[in-house]
Design a protein around this ligand. Structure first.
Ligand code: HEC
Length: 148
């Protein structure tokens, strides 16, 4: 299971299965123990191979070429939501908005695991989350800068 705990100097990284949910759909604790970097978060927002948030969202001050409108505009997201709420939405949107089409970016369980080729056996490798703990923190830091 991808539950391996990586011990950092100060604080341990929280594995997807160990994320602690607080009252009112929040994740209070940093997932990585390292403050997010908003500049990195902006890249993750726009990068197809990473967050690809632009497939569904628009941020007016982003320099991403093509942005989407499946989800709401994220302008002012840092005013509408606390950091703890933003962390929860990005880590597991389906927990916050049931039936959402937004992917759960920090979750590895509760899915039908893809089988291994034609063997019918379950895949051997543990599934990785779509974004790692630091990438989640970076995106949260980026969203927190979007004030109205
Ligand atoms: C497949 C489409 C899709 C993708 C990809 C996606 N989202 Fe969303 N997102 C949505 C939808 C739809 C909602 C509205 C909530 C709902 O589903 O009811 C939403 C809601 C949100 C909200 C709350 C909006 C508000 O009211 O301010 C935030 C914040 C957010 N998304 C951030 C992100 C970030 C960051 C990423 C990339 C890491 C991302 N989303 C990727 C579809 C998407």
């Amino acid at each position: 299971m991808a539950g391996a705990v990586i011990w950092g100097a100060a604080q341990a990284e929280v594995a997807p299965a160990d994320v602690a949910w607080g009252e009112g759909n929040v994740i209070a604790e940093s997932l990585s123990g390292t403050p997010g970097n908003a500049g990195e978060g902006a890249k993750i927002y726009a990068e197809k191979s990473l967050g690809n948030c632009v497939a569904c969202h628009v941020v007016s001050n982003s320099d991403a070429d093509f942005q989407g409108n499946v989800g709401p505009s994220l302008d002012g997201a840092g005013s509408r939501w606390t950091e703890e709420q933003l962390r929860a939405i990005v880590a597991d949107a389906k927990h916050v908005f049931p039936d959402s089409v937004m992917p759960s970016f920090y979750k590895t369980s509760g899915y039908v695991r893809p089988g291994e080729g034609f063997t019918g056996k379950p895949a051997q490798e543990p599934l990785k989350p779509l974004l790692n703990a630091q990438q989640i923190e970076d995106v949260v830091a980026y969203l927190a800068t979007q004030k109205e």
